[in-house]
Structures are given as structure tokens and as C-alpha cells.
Design a protein around this ligand. Sequence first.
Ligand code: MSP
Length: 675
Amino acid sequence: MSTFFITTPIYYINAEPHLGHAYTTMVADAVARAHRLMGDDVFFLTGTDEHGQKVERAARKAGLTTPEFANQVAQKFRDILPELNISNDDFIRTTEPRHYRACQELWRRARDKGHIYKGKYEGWYCTVDEVFVPETQLKDSRCPICGNTVEKISEESYFFRLSAFQQPLLEHYEKHPEFLTPDSRRNEMLSFLRAGLEDLSVSRTSIKWGIPVPDDPAHVMYVWFDALTNYMTAVGFGDITPQAKTQFERYWPADVHLIGKEIVRQHSIYWPAFLLAAGLPLPKRVVSHGWWLMEGAKMSKSVGNVVRPQDYIKHFGLDALRYFVYREMVFGQDADFTDEAFLTRYNADLANDLGNLVSRATTMVHRYCGGVVPAGDAALLEREPEARLASLADSVIKSRASWFESFAISGQLRSVWELIAETNRYIVTREPWAVAKDPARAGELHAALYAAADTVRIVAELIRPFMPGTAERTLRMLGVEPAPQSWVNLKRGDLAPGTRLGETAPLFPRIEQTVEELRKMADDPKPEAPQPPGAPIPPGAPGSPEAPKDPGPQAPKPSGSQTAELSNRISIDDFMKVELRVAKVLAAERVPKSNRLLKLSVDVGTEQRTIVAGIAEAYEPEAIVGRTVVIVFNLKPAKLMGVESNGMVLAASPEGGKPMLVGFSDLPEPGTRVR
Ligand code: MSP
């Protein structure tokens, strides 16, 4: 079994976790999960970087002692991990004794080999980024990273002989082109290396909140010497117990340090130089990603333009957030986080594509095969379009191992979504709802349902690293218990005929509100409005368990008479107040927990609307997609089982029978007025 050790940067605790931090952790999580599924022995590390002047200052500002402050913020970074469903194996804090031990051990080794010496440092220091900025890199006398003013500092300091490592590092880059990706970063670092390296000041006497230098406690270690060492601390470096030694040998060197693009130099030049100086193996890869931007600016606490992951999780669910960040950011490049893009991806990719596919496939097995996976006849499964679907599934399955080598995460998800779209098209082509009407075609029906259900299983397996909750729910809906190493031998056809499906539940209900409406709701959260008395009840709904038990005093009373009394007749003007229009059904799904209600998305010519109709006992959702119906266009909206209905579909409602939709023999355009 191969080992796989992946790390995130350890996060500064002067800010609370935001989406930028969450992104790195979520990417590392997907990679770690994929390696576990492939059977690797994975160690996934994240944590907090707690020393330095900025933390001392922030604590003072908060009126807390530095350790109290550190505990408080570190806890927030720890707490967000389960909220993001992160599968880390360890959480390291640089204030832990194990880390002091490791840093001091690394220092001693580098010092004893003559790579650390005492001198005097004078330079421009940025307290925001905690770096000395070489004079040549200042931008208008300000820090080139954050734009803040820099301070001239002069103090006794230990220096790390970085200059001695120019050649060894160039050789390492040459020998290991994979050491730093993407190539753009590698080229940047190569130019930096070729320009020559200056020795690095690695201690401070002006700071107290840090790790004391061995044998000279007036100095504390420079924050990057301290921080980078965390990667080895967590796997036992500096601990002399036999278990720690075994662990270190097992996992070091790390396979991947995943980082944002602003800390590439520290990870791909300083860190390997420290390790070379101490005679230790170098990490195999440093992989850097781009930034999440808000209106073009890097999302960061100092700018104050951060997205709080929790807000999106609350409104859309965790896996919607996970999917969005993996899919929207082309790995390595910057990406803008916009609510519009989020909502579009949610409705298009998750509600329409994935959600509909899972619901369709499982519902049909329930409906036509009593909830048991049918056997698909091998010969039927080899025809078109089955063969095309199968070959697409095979090629996506085959590429899965390379996904996590290249980190081309967004493209990986695109290929899974192509498979989803193909499966949805396949179902439409095969029309199982029509085939089911003819008992002589049972073989065809079973083959189609098997192909669809087995492909849904493949899709669920493939999205496990990205959306573990959704994937596992889907597998359970298919009656499959998610296996810890299911990628080892993932292949089509492993859904056993005879498997009893679990309960089907919607994954991503469509969101009908606009971004503006959602923002208003977030600013002004109100409990769901109660069902108003006399609210329109869709055809077929009276008496249904979900209909209001007592429609209230204003509810229309059934007349009981087939012939309206003359005195009860209405004028043409009254009738014309009711705007009846032609609409086309674009999508349909069952309303959760309701036997009678279908949620329809209809094209009314000028817009799309959601209408809830009590026709589920008479019509399959799949069967009415594409149908032309008549709706009451100007009805006040009402909520039914928590779903807002914007209009009413007309149907004949025979006494004791099932509703029958009003339709046309010639098809008018959606939006046409009916009178
Ligand atoms: N403590 C150092 C890292 C030491 S690692 C030995 C540090 N911490 S940080 O809190 O500033 O976190 C930086 C990391 O957070 C980035 O490298 C990146 O992984 C993530 N991000 C923070 N803001 C980000 C965006 N706006 N976009 C994407 N990721 C960003 O640097």
C-alpha cells in the first residue's frame, strides 16, 4: 500500500477562516479522499500558524492574553473543519510542545552543519506579511504583497545561509520538473533562483511570541522557519519515541504541499533549503493554486471582502459550496466568486443535471420494478445508445487516477457532468415510462433502468472525493453501501441485480428566487409564511394529506350542483379577470413527502415559473415534461408543502378519480391567452 501525505498551509490566526482558506482545505480534502478511495494510506494535515508579532498585536487589541487569543481563534479554524466535511488526520498548532521540539531539532541540525550564523540585520520589514522586503522589491516604499508601509528594523539576528543553496536548488528543479507546479510558478522561482539568493534572517529579539532559539533564548525563530517545520512535526520529527520514528519514516517526505500562490517562494525555496541544510529529504511536490477574488480583489481579511463559507452552507448546503469552488475555479488561476455564478451552477448543474438524474433513475426503479434493481439483458446493453453511454462511463472511470496528479479539478468535474448529461439524454431516448406500458417490452425496460441506475452509481462513486455527503446519499438510494476503497476496482456493471433500493430523497431542490431575493432573505430572515386561508389548491389536492385540513372561512365552497344557478353566473368581465394561458412543462419533480404534488417548471412565454400541481398520482414527472398545459396565470402565489406555487394548472377532476390535464390537439405557443 502506498502512503500519501498531503498538507495545507497552516493558517494565520489573526483572521477568522474565510472561503480562501476553506478552498485550499477543500481541495486537499478531495485529493486525500481520492487517494483513500484508491487504497492509499493517507495522512492529511492542516492546522494553525500561531506565532508572530501580528498575533501579539491582535490579542492586545482583543483585550486577551496572547495564548487566550490563540486558543480562541485556533478553535474557529478547528471548528470549521467538520462543517466543511474535511477528513484531516491531524490538526497541528504551532504552539504545541511537539512543534517546539521539532523546530529546535531542525535548527540544531542546520546550525551544526554550519548553515546558521549570528549577524546583524537591518532591513525593511512588513509586519502584515511578516517578511523582510528587499529594498529592490518595495513598491512606492510599500510592501509589494499587501501595500502596507514597511518599517526599518535593525537588530541582532541569526542568519540562514540561503545563498549556499542556489546551486543545489537549481539542480533539484532541473532533476524534478514536477517539484513545483503550475509551470508559471516554476518559471518565476527559477528566475528568482538564477538571480542569486541572499542569506535569510531567521531570528528576532524584538518578538517574544515564538519558539526560542536553542541555546540562545533571547531570540525567537523567524516565523517561516517555525511555520514550515509544522509539516514534519505532525509526522513525528523531533520526537524520539520509536512510534514517532516509524511514523516519520513512513510519511516523510510529504507528497504534496498544497498552497496559495502568494507563499510559493517560502515553500519552494526556503523550505527545501532548510531541509537540505539539515540533511533531510525534500517534499515531492509543491502545488500552488490561484486566489478567490471579489470584484477583482483578493479575498482577504485586511480588505474585508471575504465570503463566509457558513452563509452558503446554510442556504444551499455544504456540497453545493464544495461543488461550486471545485468547478468554478480553474485550478492554478484566479476566479471571481459571484452569487450569480453560484446560483446558476446550483440550478443548472446540481438541481437540473445531477438532482434530476438521480431522482429519475431511482424513482423509475421504484415505480416499475418495485424498488429492486432489474437484471439488464447483456445483448440489449450492447446496442446503441447503451454502448455509447458505456464507453463514456468507461473513459471517465479510467481517467480518475490521473485527475489527482494534474490537479485539473474543474475539468474532472466537467467530464463527470458530461456523463450525467449523457445519461439524462439516454433516459429521454429510451423513454422507460412509455416502454413500461407494454408488458411485452419488459426486457427493454429492465435494460434501460439497469443502464441508468448503474451509471448513476458510477457518477456517485466519481463524485465521492468532491461531494462525499451527496455521493453517499446517492449510493444508499441505490441500495449500495459506500465502500472505503471503492475506486480500486471501479467498473461498470457492478450494481447487483436484485439490490433493493433505499429511499429516494431529493438532493438539490431547485431554487426559484433571484440573487436579489436571496440576498433580501439572508438580510431579513423570516419564518416560512403560513398557508393563507383560501389559498389556491391545485387540482387533485382536496382531501390529500398535504392539503390544509381546514381551508378556513374564506375558502370557496364546492357547489354540489352540476348546473350553475342563473343567479350564480358571472359576467364576461368577471371571467376575463382570470387570465388563462398556454404553458409548456420544462421540468417536473415530486414535492418531497407528498404523494400528490408535483413541482413543475413551466415556460409561460414571457418567463419561467414554478407551479405546484396535485397530479402526481396520475402523472409521472418524466412523462409530462414537454407537455403543453393551461394555467391560471394571474393567481396570487401560495406555498404548498413549503414550495411556492405561482399559478395553477387546469385539470379535470372527476369525482373519486384521478385528475386529467387539460390539453390541446393542435399545439399553441406558450404564453397564448386561453379564453
Ligand atoms: N501562515 C501562513 C502559511 C504558513 S504554511 C507553512 C499563511 N497563512 S494564511 O492564513 O495567510 O493562509 C494563506 C493560505 O490561505 C493561502 O496560501 C491559501 O492557501 C489560502 N488563501 C487565503 N486567501 C485566499 C484567497 N483569497 N483565495 C484562495 N486561497 C487563499 O500564509
